[in-house]
Design a binder for this molecule. Sequence first.
Ligand code: ADP
Length: 501
Amino acid sequence: MSVVYPPNDLASDAVNQFIARSHKLYIDGEWQTPTEEGAITVLDPATGMPIAKVPLAGREDVDRAVKAARTAFEEGPWSRMTPIERSKYIWRLADLIERHAGELAQIESIDAGKIVAVTQIADIPLSAAMMHYMAGWASKVDGETFSFNRPGEYHGYTLREPVGVAALIVPWNFPLVLTCFKLGPALAAGCTVIIKPAEQTPLSALRLADLVSEAGFPNGVINILTGDGPTSGAALASHPGVDKISFTGSTEVGKGILRAASGNLKRVTLELGGKSPMFVFPDADLDKVIPGCSSAIFFNQGQTCTAGSRLYVHRKVYDRVVAGIADGVRSLVPGHGLDPATSLAPVVSESQATRVARYIDLGLSAGAEAVVGGSRLEREGYFIAPTVLANTHGDMAVVREEIFGPVLTAMPFDDDTDLDTLAAIGNDTPFGLAASVWTTNLSTAHKMARRLKAGTVWLNTHNHYEPAAAFGGAKESGWGRECGIHGVHLFTETKTVIAAL
Ligand code: ADP
């Protein structure tokens, strides 16, 4: 599909040339033309202007990709290769991501509206780190031996075998990072995959396809289909040839995927929404709390599933913390993510901007007070002023529902609120993704960590991810864990072997 859009003057020639390409689907090791005419227009969130057209994969395209992945899985060479050989491919892809870091950082910035200095230090290094880390696991996906009731008469062990063809459905907030969170463990386990990036942010996945090809992966091991949710994503979720779905996105869509996946009882991993609380105790180091809690909510414009969106601060330090967070974001400069002067980036789309602005209005009309921000910016693109809402309470929609934007709700607590009560307030949500506790008291920190119902509890930090640290949610924040060996295991099936001696 070749449509010519003006190049971005702030981007490199290589990036502009890549974006201006006639984009296709990456199936069975080659660029293939989609069967149907459908296309997605990709917009630059900083301007709202179209920058590219990419194919919208239809049912037949999904079918072709699934067949390619199935053949690669069943007939080799991927599945017959030694684990160390597989490990080398994953490592090579990780190296290539690193080698093309500058270009990928720009692509991610243009496509998702991120500040390029951030994609350079966060998105791209984390993507490469995840692949490097997972390369090591490929040769260590071990089963176990176990004890028998009548030792000596029987012997047994388990094997961890790859589950098969995995569909990786990725959201728009961290396009390349979350692709690698799924791709790394899937490949380490020995699966073959079909990646579907979000319709808003398909570009880094298309560039990744070039790198997959350069790394020399056998045909069909990694297929990449651009497309939307209702057509392309839904076709993957219900496809009888797909054995496993790994999905990151909204809780609503996650539940739909679960229903669609029930046809052949696919294995399903879901990493869904959150409404993560942060607790600041009066003994905390406020020099760390203020920037830490600010970045917890405002990093990536609040479009982080673990965003610290509910702030509970001891009344003794409440005013200082809230004022400090508000002061830190008052003078941010909105602009294009590629412009070095920019310190405030847009949210991803018009519909996100509308949704976030609607939530802010809901909060204000319910009696919340905007300490800073409180509205959409009047300019081109999808900019929302970083917003801190005070006078909020647990019954308000802004406190209960996931906004997925730069909106912090702040609430004080007093000495008479004990840890059990405080944790119960934090846990009073359908979500259970993450939480953070800010204190210099070890006992408070670890007691709170036990009491909070969340997949991750951070102590004196927030939004810190590690390739080795299990990541996922309790309650309606999801099923299963990504990262570490936990992530690899969820792309395997356990086989038990029992022998009579
Ligand atoms: P958000 O609500 O944050 O935009 P979504 O949960 O809608 O995120 O989307 C995350 C990913 O899920 C995207 O790749 C999107 O295309 C895909 N998706 C959306 N709807 C469906 C669906 N019904 N079936 C499968 N995938 C879907």
